[in-house]
Design a protein around this ligand. Sequence first.
Ligand SMILES: [Zn+2]
Length: 369
Amino acid sequence: MKKFTVLMCALAVCLLAACSPEAPAAATTSRNPQTPPAEADLSEEAKAPPAPPEPEKSPEDAAKEAGAYEVGQIMVLMYHGLEDADAPSNSYRRTLKDFRADLRTLYDEGYRTLSMSDYISDNITTPAGKTPVVLTFDDGLPSCLTLEKGTDGSLAPKADCAVGIMNEFYEAHPDFGRNAIFYVNAHPFDEGAGTSADGLRYLAENGYEIGNHTFNHDQLDKLSREKLLAEITDVEKLVREALPDYKMTSLSYPFGIRPKEDLRGLIEKGEYDGVSYEYRAAVRVGDSGTASAPNRKDFDPMNLPRVRASDDDPAGTDLGGMFRRFREHPEYRYISDGDPATVALPEEFADNLDEASLGGKTAVLYTAN
Ligand SMILES: [Zn+2]
């Protein structure tokens, strides 16, 4: 029995990250207590000598208090369609009820949404003690966004599409953040009121992001250079028609399949038919594991793994499994120190830090115990 437990732990460890076991995160506390500002006051009390200012907390102490581990693992969740059904969710169809439960569990367990562009540009604004999570939706399906006309004539998402549900959750829990990226093909969000362009505009104007999932959703390894460029730039044209100034910054590989090796550079940058583009990241299909922090040595933005948002995988590599694993092994989770300008971690894990990735950021190494 003991042998079995040890084996299971080792398995969980391997699946989460290729690194040695790490100390559990410390309890979360507020990192910047504020003293109330002094007010102009002519009372007797005001004449008393002012209380000595609270000593400034060192970045190391603040990071330790937050249990910061900013080279940890991040879940990039992969959703497709949602369905209003009593039948259980499956790999590519999440019921509305399960989607609502996912948001609730993420929130309750200390995850906060982060935009894909903030993640890949290493601008992690997640509050101290919390873990960023990136929500992605492939295929531009109506169950992700369907607009309807309100009594005043304006277009708004239906309450029971993914965007409607996220909006509602965000209103009740503003600190969860409202971030998700929608990877679209030809004819996205083509049901309900308004056009595809209205759907894209709604997303961009309400804090959501749009990414490229290629026009025809073909297997990219079967395409010639010219066809690959057309697949990418046709989506660029579609998005720019709706939003002339919008810049997509990432792509989702259809079926998770990358182009032939000699054409992979075209995912990062290219130009075709008068349209040029530049992407900083591309995502794989789930279940390819948790993704690394941008300052971790094995961060691989053009081949980012995703976690499938389901809980039917016997191997436990989907969202249900990852929730369980992060509960058992919180030491692998990215925990923020709340300050995007620093990269904080216990000094014993300094080996995981990619110093060349720091740019203008400061590494904060602290003694965990
Ligand atoms: Zn797809």
